[in-house]
Design a protein around this ligand. Structure first.
Ligand SMILES: [Zn+2]
Ligand SMILES: [Zn+2]
Ligand SMILES: [Zn+2]
Ligand SMILES: [Zn+2]
Length: 488
């Protein structure tokens, strides 16, 4: 049973079932929940053997059980899972089970945790979650992937027969796969590979596209959930399981696929998406108008209409255009000129903040960044760097609006903007061409660095965000010394 501390408590209602609410007044940054992962596992499609203990790449097998990979740095892995194959019930199972089907690793670990009397209780919150298999059976992709990579190999391995107490059928295995997927956060191993960290409590929070919390994950895969905004007693604790830089129809599509969820959060019910207009189209009839998606009282998305002139743009027309831009984005394959021409082609049809334009702009900014880093363009000229500053700054107001309060998304947006500014100013230094305007860039950079560090101050030191914060601190030091050198 999880101890929630004094900040939050459990509650229950019809719509959400069991959930968590604030127990007292909570300030942004206050910790709400700390949790160790129930298990960390590779993605189902992973074929790269990884150490059972630290999850880094490893081709050596544990000498004792000869089933789980174990790297040179790790002397042992979970005693129960090792013993199970070394001398226990699993002895009869082929030692190659993981070598041949590494994708089963996550589910195998869960089944062993359930078989171990000492850890069985830790899994209860997870395995008690009811799963309606008929929702998934005919769905896109996921069922088939589970069936081929996990369920069938496990059913054929003989494991089911040696775990009789669990009465495993292929349906129970499918349900476990879905539970693992919907209770995991992406975590990063020390070698940079992404993995699934399964968190019984932290990853089962109800979803809102406007979450009031931030999830922090350190290098040991420990999770800390902290408040993004002020919370009052009784406020429901939400997390977000979608990308905030997608438009409403895309977020909803993703939530339906991954979590069988119909979202009706404040952003999903707001045609302007919190004033950002991330899904709005330019009106085809009037000058300066924007068509916004009409949302029915039940939350269903309708057609697009211009509030200024009343002109209608059907949902089908909008979806067709979005599909066209989406396909063009796939085709662009990192070609700078192609992205720039997409911007010219579709800019006049979409709101400047439309999520697809933002996507194109992000692509351009990162190509310019990579090019500047690799110096592949002869002398990254001022014009290109200035273009990157402009693109990065375009993204900021949207990042700020869609994730209120403490926001990693906004912090990372600020960091990209900061780098763009600093690289531009450095070039100007080199050309000793620093006038008043460029000096102002340096001042802006200093403010941006401080704001980004302020947003990252609740992140653990030993996390990607912690290291990012150190990096920004170094930039800030340089900026401050430049300001002194050239400043008044
Ligand atoms: Zn290891
Ligand atoms: Zn072992
Ligand atoms: Zn929503
Ligand atoms: Zn209009």
């Amino acid at each position: 049973m999880q101890d929630f501390g004094e900040n939050i408590q459990q509650a229950h209602n019809e719509k959400l079932g069991r959930h968590l609410v604030a127990a007292i007044n909570i300030e942004p940054g206050d910790t709400l929940l700390e949790e160790r992962p129930l298990l960390v596992a590779p993605h189902w499609e992973c074929h790269q053997l990884k150490c059972a203990q630290c999850l880094q790449e490893s081709y050596v097998m544990c000498r004792r059980c000869q089933v789980f990979p174990l790297c040179m740095d790790c002397g042992q892995h979970d005693d129960f899972e090792c013993e199970f194959f070394a001398s226990g019930a699993g002895k009869a199972i082929c030692k190659d089970i993981l070598v041949k089907n590494y994708g089963i690793c996550g589910l195998l670990k869960l089944l062993l945790l359930l078989d171990n009397p000492e850890t069985k209780g830790d899994c209860q919150g997870l395995v008690e979650t009811p799963i309606n298999l008929s929702d998934y059976r005919d769905g896109e992709g996921m069922w088939q992937e589970h069936e081929e990579l996990v369920v069938r190999p496990l059913m054929e391995s003989g494991l089911v027969a040696v775990l009789p107490a669990q009465q495993l059928t292929s349906d129970t295995l499918h349900a476990h796969c879905i539970r693992i997927d919907s209770n995991s956060f992406e975590v990063t191993a020390r070698d940079g590979d992404t993995l699934k960290g399964v968190f019984v409590c932290g990853a089962s929070l109800p979803h809102s596209c406007v979450p009031n919390t931030v999830v922090a994950l350190d290098e040991q895969f420990n999770m800390k959930l902290y408040a993004a905004v002020c919370l009052q007693p009784g406020d429901i604790i939400y997390n977000s399981y979608t990308n905030p830089l997608m438009g409403t129809s895309q977020r909803q599509h993703q939530l339906r696929l991954s979590r069988r969820l119909e979202c009706s959060c404040s952003r999903c019910l707001d045609p302007t998406e919190m004033g950002t207009h991330m899904s709005s189209m330019k009106c085809r009839e009037c000058e300066g108008g924007f068509s916004v998606c009409e949302i029915e009282p039940n939350g269903r998305l309708g057609d697009w209409r211009c509030p200024d002139c009343g002109a209608l743009l059907t949902a089908a027309e909008v979806h067709e255009l979005q599909a066209e831009v989406g396909a063009a984005l796939v085709e662009a394959r990192g070609e700078l000129q192609v992205y720039e021409s997409l911007l010219t082609q579709y800019g006049p049809l979409l709101h400047p903040n439309h999520f697809m334009l933002l996507d194109i702009k992000q692509n351009i900014a990162s190509i310019l960044r990579a090019a500047a880093l690799m110096n592949s363009m002869e002398q990254p000229c001022k014009k290109l760097l200035a273009r990157r500053v402009e693109l990065c700054s375009d993204l900021l107001p949207v990042c700020r609006a869609v994730v209120p309060g403490i926001s990693k998304l906004y912090a990372i947006g600020l960091f990209e903007y900061l780098l763009a500014l600093v690289e531009l100013v450095e070039l100007q230094f080199a050309e000793s061409d620093l006038n008043k305007k460029e000096y102002a860039h340096l001042r802006t950079a200093s403010l941006v660095a401080k704001e980004a560090m302020d947003l990252l101050r609740f992140e653990p030191e030993n996390s990607a965000e912690g290291y990012l914060s150190d990096r920004i601190a170094m930039e800030l030091e340089r900026i401050e010394s430049d300001l002194k050198k050239y400043g008044r």
